[in-house]
Design a protein around this ligand. Structure first.
Ligand code: NAD
Length: 536
C-alpha cells in the first residue's frame, strides 16, 4: 500500500468550493487549484501530481493522461465520468473515483419538486402570470395524496424519493431487480417483479437507474403503451434512459399527460422539441445543484483522494471491485497478506509464472475476494513490469501477460477460521504457500510446498532446503552470526522426498546481506538450495 509524503501533490483542475482544498491541506497534502487550464496546459501541468480532482470542465483524455507519469488517483466531484478516459486511466494503474453520495438528497428533493411542478403546473402558471394573465381554470392540477408513484431503481436516490413520497401520502411501488426483498422491506415501498407491473399501476413514474448498456433506451414506445392513460413521467437520472422521440409522441397523443426532465440525450439540448411542449417541465441538469450538494461532493472528493493516496481506502472507485469503506476494511488484512504471498512466490520461482490459482477456504469463501486476488497479482507482478503493478493495473497486466488466473472456494478449512492457498506454475516448476489470518489479525504461513511450517512473511527472509541432520540449524546460525546477520525468527519443517528427509528453514533476518551470501550458504554441507526473499 502506498502512503502520502510531504511531496504528495493534488491538482484541483475545476472550480470547487474552498473546503475541498482545506480538507486536502489538513491531511498534509500540497494542493494547487488551476480551474482555467486549457487541454494543452493541463497535459503539461499534470506531470507533477499524484492526484487530480475534476468536476466536469477539465477533460482527462487519453492524450492528457499520457503525461500523467506520477498520477495515482483521479476523483470526479460528481457522478458521471464522461470527462475521464477510464480505460486509459486503468491501463496506467490510476484509480478513478466519483462522489455519488453528496448529491443524493438534493436530487431526491429535485425529483419531488418536479412531481409537484407537474401536478400543479407551477412553471406554466408562473409564466402565464408573468405574461400578465390571470388563468385559474387553465391550471387546475391534481393532488398527489393517494396517487401511485412508480420508482424505477431504488438505489441511493430512489430510496430517498420513496421515503419522501410515502410521507406525502403517495402509494409507492418500485421496480429494481437487483435489490433484495429484505432491503426493499426496510422502505415504505412495495417492490414489483416486472417493469410492466409498475407501468400499468403508476400515476407518476420516476426513473433513478444508472446510465449503462442495459438501461439505455429502457423507456420506449412499448413501455409508454403499457402505462396508464394520463401518466406523468420524471427523469432526473440521465439522458438516454427515456427515448426522447417516443416520449414526444406519447405526450402529443395524450397518453402521457406531462413530463419533467432534468436530463437530456444531448446536453445542453439543441433544438429539442420536447422542451417546447407546454406539458413539459424542464430544468438544466439541476439535480445536484444546491449549495449543500456542491459542498458535500467537494468534501467527499477531497476525503476520498486523501484515503486513496494513503492506501487507506478506495471508496466509490470505478475501476476497482470494491465500493464501500467497510468492505475494504474487512478485506484489507487479507489483501496485505496475499500481496506478500505473491511477492514471496515470485521470488521463489522468478518471473515466468504461467498460471496462478488461489483457493479461499472457510468464512472468507463467502466474500467477494476479487480485490484480495488482485493484491496477490500486485505482489507477483510488481518486480516483473517496468512501471510496477498496483490494484488497478494488476488484473489488466495479468491478462496482457497471458497469465491464467483461477479462483476456487471451499467451506472447510480444518481447525482454522480461514485458509488461503496460492499456487503458481512456471514452465518448469510449481510452488504453493498456504496461510491463515487469526482472529487478532496475525497472518501466518502454515504450509509451503507440502512442508508444514509456521512462518511469518515479513522483512528479509532466507528459505533454505537441506538434508535433515544433527547440527544443521546450528551450522546455519553460526554461518549467519559470523557475517553479522541477526536471526529474528526461524521456522522449521520437514518431509520425506524419495526416501530422504528434507528440511525447510524459513529464517527471518536483519543486518546486511553480502552479494554472494546465497552462493556461500548453498556451499554449506547438507544445504540443497537457498533463496533470499525481500518483502516490503
Ligand atoms: P445507485 O447506483 O445508488 O442506484 C441505482 C439503482 O438502479 C440501483 O439500485 C440498481 O439496482 C438499479 N438498477 C440498475 N439497473 C436497473 C434496471 N435495469 N432496472 C431497474 N433498476 C435498475 O444510483 P443513484 O446514486 O441513486 O443515482 C441514480 C441516477 O441518478 C443515476 O443515473 C445518476 O447518474 C443520476 N443522478 C442525477 C443527478 C442529477 O443532477 N440529475 C445527480 C445525481 C445522480
Amino acid at each position: 500500500m502506498t502512503k502520502t509524503t510531504k511531496n504528495t501533490r493534488v491538482l484541483i483542475a475545476d472550480n470547487l468550493p474552498d473546503v475541498c482544498e482545506e480538507v486536502l491541506k489538513r491531511a498534509g497534502i500540497k494542493t494547487v487549484t488551476r480551474p482555467e487550464l486549457s487541454a494543452a496546459e493541463l497535459k503539461k501541468e499534470i506531470k507533477g501530481y499524484d492526484g487530480v480532482i475534476v468536476r466536469s470542465r477539465a477533460k482527462l483524455t487519453s492524450d492528457v493522461l499520457v503525461s500523467a507519469t506520477k498520477l495515482r488517483a483521479v476523483c470526479r466531484a460528481g457522478v458521471g465520468i464522461d470527462n475521464v478516459d477510464l480505460e486509459s486511466a486503468t491501463k496506467k494503474g490510476i484509480v478513478v473515483m466519483n462522489t455519488p453520495e453528496g448529491s443524493t438528497i438534493s436530487t431526491a428533493e429535485h425529483t419531488i419538486g418536479m412531481i409537484f411542478a407537474m401536478a400543479r403546473k407551477l412553471p406554466q402558471a408562473h409564466q402565464s402570470l408573468k405574461r400578465g394573465e390571470w388563468e385559474r381554470k387553465k391550471f387546475i392540477g391534481v393532488q398527489v395524496l393517494g396517487k401511485t408513484l412508480g420508482v424505477i431503481g431504488i438505489g441511493r436516490i430512489g430510496r430517498e424519493v420513496v421515503k419522501r413520497a410515502a410521507a406525502l401520502g403517495m402509494k409507492v411501488i418500485a421496480y429494481d431487480p437487483y435489490i433484495s426483498p429484505e432491503i426493499a422491506d426496510q422502505y415504505p415501498v412495495h417492490k414489483v417483479e416486472k417493469l410492466e407491473d409498475l407501468l400499468k399501476q403508476a400515476d407518476f413514474i420516476t426513473v433513478h437507474v444508472p446510465a449503462n448498456k442495459s438501461t439505455r433506451n429502457m423507456i420506449t414506445r412499448r413501455e409508454f403503451d403499457g402505462m396508464k392513460d394520463g401518466v406523468a413521467l420524471v427523469n432526473c437520472a440521465r439522458g438516454g434512459i427515456v427515448v426522447e422521440n417516443d416520449l414526444y409522441d406519447a405526450l402529443v397523443s395524450g397518453k402521457v399527460s406531462g413530463a419533467a426532465l432534468d436530463v437530456f440525450e444531448e446536453e445542453p439540448p439543441k433544438g429539442n422539441k420536447l422542451i417546447d411542449l407546454e406539458q413539459v417541465v424542464a430544468t438544466p441538469h439541476l439535480g445536484a445543484q444546491t449549495a449543500e450538494a456542491q459542498k458535500a461532493v467537494a468534501v467527499e472528493a477531497a476525503e476520498q483522494m486523501v484515503d486513496a493516496l494513503s492506501g487507506r481506502g478506495y471508496r466509490n472507485a470505478l475501476n476497482l471491485p470494491v465500493s464501500s469503506q467497510d468492505e475494504f476494511d474487512q478485506l484489507r488484512p487479507f489483501m496485505d497478506f496475499t500481496e506478500r504471498m505473491g511477492s514471496f512466490l515470485m521470488q521463489l520461482t522468478d518471473c515466468g509464472v504461467r498460471s496462478v490459482s488461489l483457493t479461499y477456504a472457510g468464512e472468507i469463501a463467502k466474500k467477494n475476494m476479487r480485490l484480495v486476488t488482485d493484491s496477490f497479482l500486485v505482489g507477483l507482478l510488481k518486480p516483473c513490469v517496468d512501471e510496477g503493478a498496483n490494484l488497478v493495473s494488476a488484473p489488466l497486466l495479468a491478462m496482457e501477460k497471458g497469465l491464467d488466473v483461477s479462483i476456487t472456494t471451499s467451506s472447510t478449512c480444518g481447525n482454522f477460521n480461514n485458509l488461503i492457498t496460492a499456487r503458481v506454475k512456471t514452465e518448469k516448476a510449481e510452488s504453493y504457500v498456504t496461510g491463515t489470518i487469526f482472529d487478532k489479525g496475525d497472518a501466518r504461513v502454515v504450509c509451503i510446498d507440502d512442508y508444514d511450517v509456521e512462518a511469518f512473511l515479513e522483512g528479509t527472509m532466507l528459505v533454505v532446503l537441506a538434508q535433515d541432520r544433527p547440527k544443521l540449524v546450528g551450522s546455519i546460525g553460526t554461518f549467519l552470526g559470523d557475517r553479522g546477520i541477526n536471526i529474528t525468527r526461524m521456522a522449521f519443517g520437514r518431509r520425506e522426498i524419495d526416501g530422504k528427509t528434507i528440511s525447510i528453514l524459513i529464517i527471518n533476518i536483519d543486518g546486511p546481506t553480502e552479494p554472494d551470501l546465497i552462493a556461500k550458504l548453498e556451499g554449506l554441507n547438507s544445504v540443497n538450495s537457498a533463496r533470499l526473499v525481500r518483502l516490503s
